[in-house]
Design a protein around this ligand. Structure first.
Ligand SMILES: *[C@@H]1O[C@H](CO)[C@@H](O)[C@H](O)[C@H]1NC(C)=O
Ligand SMILES: *[C@@H]1O[C@H](CO)[C@@H](O)[C@H](O)[C@H]1NC(C)=O
Length: 441
């Protein structure tokens, strides 16, 4: 999939080059290669994004328009009407006017994320009766009513998060719509920005029937400002430095961005996250808690020295984790416990230290035999250097049992490895249970 993106980008660069070198040859390609091109001198594309035509392409028999990051403020008149997917992320669109997309009757997906949209007129989506996917995250929308969606009966996937939602009576119809059980993928992560008492509450959890009852609320709260943007709270590390690809998979590419921490505002629907070649030296608790759909996480080449046992909490769907080329010596107990669906774990080029603290990682892998781990090799101490960790563990039990197993002498008759895992596990659960008893009692 990544290859497709790269090929598309390459094609696009090529087209841009051709365009500069000889307009004639570019035009012959224009039939399929671009839309909204600069055929006329006064064309808006030329004015807003000189030299950057949009790309029209077909992928698995579906026609796409890729016009991302072009400083667009409006749809352009010469885009083909038979588009199925329209990618308009990272432009400067401020208003969605009535009938703005009405001639694109076949449209199935419309990506408007990371624009500056603050107003959506009630018939903005008129004519889009095949639309299934609408992405409006990372904009400036405060209010929107259900009415806007009566023209999109097949909408099944709607993203609204990171907009400054004003959870007032005006938003009641939208909130009620999102809360209908069958609308499972509509607006899941959107949160209220105001009024203060509802700040950070998810739209799906707001009690919509109360919004219009209490007129007091409205009086206390100033009317949403029409002009002037709300103050943007800048997160410590901003994921907008990264590249966000939407098709075919939600990918956030933060490779080589000099990041010292995991960005705090990773969009919650990201499926692949590349944080390789940064300077993240430790993973703190719950770094990825909100990225529920993440399947592939690349943390290679960061110099990671420590991973908090709760760092991967919430990554229940993660399938592939790359931790190669870091400074890890072992894993603390618990680090891997949330990763139920992990399949591939890349561990090479870390200074794994073969002593008792490496046992957790080894036994976890042994008991999750469907996880393929690569590169777990001792670097220190000198006597085990270059050994696979499994060999070290076996020698641990063979050599000098009495000295090395002071805590569990009774386990030595049976398979020592399995028993040690059981013991580790029992201790852990016992600890948890005793805590629970104290709370209950
Ligand atoms: C992680 O990123 C590195 C560097 O960008 C790359 O070489 C490696 O293949 C990636 N790992 C996976 C599992 O894709
Ligand atoms: C390993 O990571 C370091 C940064 O910690 C980087 O400079 C180096 O290029 C990486 N090596 C490989 C082979 O990717």
């Amino acid at each position: 999939m990544r290859v497709v993106t790269i090929v598309t980008l390459l094609l696009f660069c090529k087209a841009a080059e051709l365009l500069r070198a000889s307009p004639g040859s570019a035009r012959s390609r224009a039939h399929h290669g671009r839309a909204g091109g600069s055929r006329r001198g006064s064309n808006p594309v030329k004015r807003y994004a000189p030299g950057l035509p949009c790309e029209v392409y077909t992928y698995i028999h579906e026609k796409y328009l890729d016009c991302q990051e072009r400083k667009l403020v409006y749809v352009l008149p010469d885009w083909p009407e038979d588009l199925l997917h329209m990618l308009l992320a990272r432009n400067k669109i401020r208003i969605l006017n009535n009938n703005m997309f009405s001639k694109f009757k076949k449209l199935k997906s419309l990506d408007l994320q990371q624009n500056e949209i603050s107003k959506v007129e009630s018939e903005a989506f008129f004519g889009l009766n095949k639309l299934t996917t609408l992405l409006l995250q990372h904009n400036q929308i405060k209010v929107l009513t259900e009415e806007a969606f009566i023209y999109t009966p097949f909408l099944s996937y709607l993203r609204l998060y990171d907009n400054p939602w004003h959870c007032s009576c005006e938003l009641e119809t939208l909130i009620s719509m999102l809360q209908i059980p069958r609308n499972r993928n509509l607006g899941n992560y959107a949160k209220c920005e105001s009024p203060p008492e509802l700040k950070n509450k998810k739209l799906r959890q707001v009690q919509s029937e109360q919004l219009c009852n209490e007129e007091k609320n409205e009086q206390l709260d100033p009317k949403p400002q029409v002009s002037g943007r709300p103050p943007v709270i800048k997160p410590e590390v901003d994921s907008t430095l990264c590249h966000n690809y939407v098709f075919p998979t939600q990918t956030l590419d933060c490779k080589s961005k000099e990041l010292k921490k995991v960005p705090s505002n990773i969009p919650p629907d990201i499926v692949k996250l590349d944080l390789s070649y940064n300077k993240i030296h430790q993973l703190r608790p719950k770094e990825f808690e909100d990225v529920h759909e993440l399947r592939k996480l690349n943390l290679s080449s960061n110099g990671i020295e420590f991973i908090d046992p709760a760092a991967f909490v919430g990554l229940t769907h993660l399938e592939e984790l790359d931790l190669s080329n870091n400074s890890l010596q072992n894993f603390d107990y618990g680090v891997l416990e949330d990763l139920y669906f992990l399949k591939l774990l890349w561990l090479s080029d870390n200074p794994w230290r073969c002593d008792y603290n490496i046992h957790y990682l080894y036994y976890w892998l042994k008991h999750h035999y469907n996880v393929h781990a690569h590169g777990l090799e001792c670097k220190t101490p000198e006597e085990y250097k270059g050994w696979f960790v499994g060999k070290y563990i076996r020698s641990y039990y063979e050599e000098c049992p009495k000295d090395k197993l002071p805590a569990y002498p009774e386990t030595f008759d049976q398979d020592p490895e399995d028993d040690e895992w059981e013991k580790l596990h029992r201790d852990h659960t016992a600890k948890k249970q005793s805590v629970r008893i104290i709370i209950v009692g």
